[in-house]
Design a protein. Structure first.
Length: 113
Protein backbone atom coordinates (compact mmCIF):
# COMPACT_ATOMS: atom_id res chain seq x y z
CA UNK A 1 0.00 0.00 0.00
CA UNK A 2 2.86 2.38 0.77
CA UNK A 3 4.37 1.79 -2.67
CA UNK A 4 1.04 2.58 -4.31
CA UNK A 5 0.84 5.81 -2.33
CA UNK A 6 4.36 6.77 -3.34
CA UNK A 7 5.70 6.86 0.22
CA UNK A 8 7.90 3.75 -0.18
CA UNK A 9 10.10 2.91 -3.18
CA UNK A 10 9.21 -0.19 -5.17
CA UNK A 11 12.85 -1.29 -4.99
CA UNK A 12 12.33 -2.28 -1.35
CA UNK A 13 9.93 -5.02 -2.49
CA UNK A 14 12.03 -6.39 -5.37
CA UNK A 15 13.38 -9.40 -3.41
CA UNK A 16 9.85 -10.62 -2.67
CA UNK A 17 8.09 -9.86 -5.97
CA UNK A 18 8.36 -11.76 -9.22
CA UNK A 19 9.84 -9.54 -11.94
CA UNK A 20 6.59 -9.68 -13.96
CA UNK A 21 4.81 -7.83 -11.13
CA UNK A 22 7.18 -4.87 -10.95
CA UNK A 23 5.98 -2.95 -14.03
CA UNK A 24 2.24 -3.15 -13.20
CA UNK A 25 2.86 -2.03 -9.61
CA UNK A 26 5.08 0.83 -10.78
CA UNK A 27 2.39 1.92 -13.26
CA UNK A 28 -0.38 1.81 -10.66
CA UNK A 29 1.81 3.73 -8.23
CA UNK A 30 2.54 6.39 -10.84
CA UNK A 31 -1.15 6.74 -11.71
CA UNK A 32 -2.16 7.22 -8.07
CA UNK A 33 0.49 9.85 -7.32
CA UNK A 34 -0.39 13.51 -7.72
CA UNK A 35 0.98 15.15 -10.85
CA UNK A 36 2.42 18.64 -10.95
CA UNK A 37 0.25 21.27 -12.59
CA UNK A 38 1.19 22.08 -16.18
CA UNK A 39 3.27 25.14 -16.88
CA UNK A 40 6.72 26.37 -16.01
CA UNK A 41 7.63 25.74 -12.40
CA UNK A 42 10.96 26.09 -10.79
CA UNK A 43 12.59 25.36 -7.48
CA UNK A 44 10.37 25.08 -4.46
CA UNK A 45 7.04 25.40 -6.30
CA UNK A 46 7.87 22.45 -8.55
CA UNK A 47 8.90 20.28 -5.59
CA UNK A 48 5.81 21.26 -3.61
CA UNK A 49 3.59 20.18 -6.50
CA UNK A 50 5.09 16.68 -6.37
CA UNK A 51 4.59 16.11 -2.67
CA UNK A 52 2.15 13.50 -1.48
CA UNK A 53 -1.05 14.89 0.05
CA UNK A 54 -0.82 14.42 3.84
CA UNK A 55 -4.14 12.56 4.01
CA UNK A 56 -3.00 10.04 1.38
CA UNK A 57 0.40 9.53 2.98
CA UNK A 58 -1.13 9.07 6.44
CA UNK A 59 -3.71 6.60 5.16
CA UNK A 60 -1.13 4.34 3.57
CA UNK A 61 1.26 4.51 6.52
CA UNK A 62 -1.46 3.40 8.92
CA UNK A 63 -2.42 0.19 7.12
CA UNK A 64 -3.58 -2.70 9.26
CA UNK A 65 -4.44 -6.25 8.32
CA UNK A 66 -8.01 -7.19 9.13
CA UNK A 67 -7.91 -10.82 7.98
CA UNK A 68 -5.71 -13.37 6.22
CA UNK A 69 -6.83 -16.63 4.62
CA UNK A 70 -4.26 -18.94 3.06
CA UNK A 71 -4.75 -22.15 1.11
CA UNK A 72 -2.02 -24.57 0.09
CA UNK A 73 -2.60 -25.41 -3.56
CA UNK A 74 0.55 -27.48 -4.08
CA UNK A 75 3.78 -28.15 -2.21
CA UNK A 76 5.53 -24.81 -1.87
CA UNK A 77 2.60 -22.83 -3.31
CA UNK A 78 -0.01 -20.90 -1.35
CA UNK A 79 -2.82 -18.63 -2.46
CA UNK A 80 -3.64 -15.93 0.06
CA UNK A 81 -6.54 -13.51 0.49
CA UNK A 82 -5.92 -10.51 2.73
CA UNK A 83 -8.17 -7.66 3.81
CA UNK A 84 -6.27 -4.48 4.66
CA UNK A 85 -7.68 -1.29 6.13
CA UNK A 86 -6.26 2.22 6.06
CA UNK A 87 -7.69 5.57 7.10
CA UNK A 88 -9.53 5.96 3.79
CA UNK A 89 -10.81 2.54 2.80
CA UNK A 90 -10.81 -1.23 3.08
CA UNK A 91 -9.10 -3.25 0.33
CA UNK A 92 -8.96 -6.87 -0.72
CA UNK A 93 -5.55 -8.23 -1.71
CA UNK A 94 -5.09 -11.61 -3.39
CA UNK A 95 -1.65 -13.08 -3.90
CA UNK A 96 0.13 -16.29 -4.79
CA UNK A 97 3.25 -17.21 -2.83
CA UNK A 98 5.75 -19.70 -4.17
CA UNK A 99 8.90 -20.98 -2.53
CA UNK A 100 11.91 -20.80 -4.82
CA UNK A 101 15.01 -22.93 -5.04
CA UNK A 102 16.41 -21.92 -1.68
CA UNK A 103 15.62 -18.27 -2.42
CA UNK A 104 12.74 -18.04 0.04
CA UNK A 105 9.16 -17.07 -0.72
CA UNK A 106 8.19 -14.86 -3.61
CA UNK A 107 4.89 -13.27 -4.66
CA UNK A 108 4.20 -14.52 -8.19
CA UNK A 109 0.68 -13.11 -8.65
CA UNK A 110 -0.90 -10.07 -7.05
CA UNK A 111 -4.28 -8.35 -7.28
CA UNK A 112 -5.12 -5.30 -5.18
CA UNK A 113 -8.70 -4.06 -4.98
Amino acid sequence: MEVLAGVRPLQQLVPWLHRDLLAPIELRSALSRPRPAPGPRQGRDRDAARTIPPKLALAHRAVSVRSVHAARVAPGIYEVAVVVVDALRCRAVALRLESGDGAGWQVTALEIG
